[in-house]
Design a binder for this molecule. Sequence first.
Ligand code: PEP
Ligand code: MN
Length: 358
Amino acid sequence: MHKYTHILPADAGLLTGRTIMAGPCSAESREQVLTTAEQIARRGMADIYRAGVWKPRTHPGCFEGIGVPALEWLAEARIVTGLPVATEVAVPGHVAAAAEVGIDVLWIGARTCANPFAVQELADAIASYCPQTPVLVKNPVSPDLELWIGALQRLQRAGVAHLGAIHRGFSVYKSAPYRNAPIWQLPLELHRRFPSLPLLHDPSHTGGSRDHIAVLSQQALDMGFTGLMIECHTDPSSALSDGGQQLTPDSLFNMLSALKVRSGDVPDRILQGLRGQIDDIDNQLLGLLARRMELSDSIGECKRRADMPVVQTERYSRLLTSLVGRGVELGLDEAFLAGLLERIHAESVRRQLEIVSH
Ligand code: PEP
Ligand code: MN
């Protein structure tokens, strides 16, 4: 994936320079699709109007979308509002039907993205029915960056011209406080590797509650995301899917109006000075880490000579507890520090295992 074209409109919505996609989780009725679209468009909230026509529901028997008739409502919404319209496709038949009515933007959902066979079939269908239609790929449900990139690559190789990604958080058993854990480092790594790939955040499916949408949206903008996809329903309490995470058009307007796009990019002297100090510390950390690994290798040699096992669980556990305790006193986050120390220890163990086996 070397080249992307910035194809997503980013100047009609409230946040200039950022692509805002908004609309209901599901297209439920012609009236709902048209009223919501009209309210979103009237106050210039969004660049793209979204609505799910086929819904991937966890349990059977839930509302699974209206299907093909709802595509006509979306096409009508585009004519009435002038907004491009978007929907989710999960199988080649969806692509054919969406192409037939000229849906402007397609997205691939989190569950579909997790299945390379399904993505390949979709990629081939999109390349054959509508290769110029922009396709946004949601992250897979599991925190697997390569699987996400692999899906984008399948689309690109098949000949889909315009791609983007949507971060919607990752499934974690009993995730809290959000429905899906954001694990921001994954989308940030995607952005680092493919800086020109449009990257949207979906605070609705990440947060799982309308209360989290403002905070997540602002965080995403502050981390350089190029847009947001947000669910919006005229009466969330009667929504047929995802009622608790949808905003009314009024609250969407207020939320978007309160967001800040921070665009300053000239670092002042204080910032430059602080960055210089951080760079120094990072260099010292590297030196210390390298020195620590050398010592650990020597310990590995001793263990090999003494025929000792590599891991002494009791010592490791004692060290971990006391270091985390001291770190917390110094103001470091407990989970962060525990993760860091575990990572360092795992690397020491890996190196020592090699040494004792020689
Ligand atoms: C959606 O956007 O309506 C949707 C089903 O999202 P996800 O694939 O992220 O669960
Ligand atoms: Mn939804």
